[in-house]
Design a protein. Sequence first.
Length: 134
Amino acid sequence: MQNSLSLLEVRQSLNLTQVQMADMLDITPEYVSMIENNKKKTSAKLLNKLGLILEQSEKRPSSVTVPAACPMCAAKDKELNQSMKIIEMQAKTIADLTCIVKNIKEDNDLNEPVARASGAGNGLKNSPVNKKGA
């Protein structure tokens, strides 16, 4: 059964790409392609959406323009970019601190054998208990 509204005809009459049409219908571009090539049938829900798109396009002046991004999306993108910069700065700070801690640990590891060999810090050689027992 042939639908009275052909997705391909509507898309072409509105001068839209498959990606733009898919965005408007909230489906994937691949699904648009399958419908246009008669590999999938257009559902009643999609036909309703298609009818609404046509209604809206008839109310518009001469052509349908699909904005690159809505103002809210642009604001969210800006906010996301700022958050990413903060995260990158924090990651750099963490990497710097990790490097400092690693260097301190390496310094301590290098000095530890010397301290152990001299008996420093073990509390046994010079302890009063050791002297009484000797």
